[in-house]
Design a binder for this molecule. Structure first.
Ligand code: ZN
Ligand code: ZN
Length: 139
C-alpha cells in the first residue's frame, strides 16, 4: 500500500471515530442565545481613550486597557460618503429581555451620542453611516 493510501485510511478512520463524539458534543451543548453568540463569543477590536488598540472578546461593560488601564470600548467603522472611514467607539447594553443593543456611539475623542443621534463627520457634519458589512466580522 502506498504512503498516501495509508494516510487517507488513517485520516478517514479518525474522522469516522471522532464523528459520534462531535455529534454528541453538539447535541449536548445548549446553543447560546443570539446576543451571547454575537458578542461574548466573538473577538472584537477595542480601543482605549489613550488610543491603544487590542483584541478581546465582546463584552457589554467597558474593558480596561492592558497598557494604560483606561476604559476601552469596541471600535467599528463608520463612513462619510465624502471623507471616508472613521473609527467609532461603541457602548453596548443589555436590554431587559436579554437582547443586546448599541447604547451609545462616539467618534474617537468626542462626546457619546445615542445610537439614534448617531455620529457626524468631523469635516462636513454629515451623518456617518455604519460601514462594516457585519458588526462581528462573520463573512
Ligand atoms: Zn490604553
Ligand atoms: Zn464628511
Amino acid at each position: 500500500m502506498s504512503r498516501a493510501a495509508v494516510f487517507c485510511l488513517v485520516l478517514g478512520g479518525s474522522v469516522i471515530v471522532l464523528l459520534p463524539f462531535v455529534w454528541h458534543a453538539l447535541q449536548r451543548a445548549p446553543l447560546p442565545s443570539v446576543a451571547e453568540r454575537t458578542l461574548e463569543n466573538v473577538v472584537l477590536q477595542w480601543k482605549c481613550d489613550a488610543g491603544h488598540t487590542f483584541e478581546a472578546p465582546g463584552h457589554v461593560d467597558p474593558v480596561f486597557c492592558k497598557t494604560c488601564n483606561n476604559n476601552a470600548y469596541p471600535v467599528t467603522g463608520y463612513a462619510c460618503p465624502r471623507h471616508g472611514r472613521f473609527q467609532v467607539q461603541v457602548k453596548f447594553e443589555r436590554a431587559d429581555d436579554g437582547s443586546l443593543r448599541t447604547a451609545a456611539v462616539r467618534l474617537m475623542g468626542r462626546d457619546w451620542a445615542s445610537e439614534a443621534e448617531g455620529v457626524r463627520c468631523p469635516r462636513c457634519e454629515r451623518r456617518l453611516k455604519y460601514e462594516q458589512r457585519d458588526p462581528f466580522g462573520t463573512p
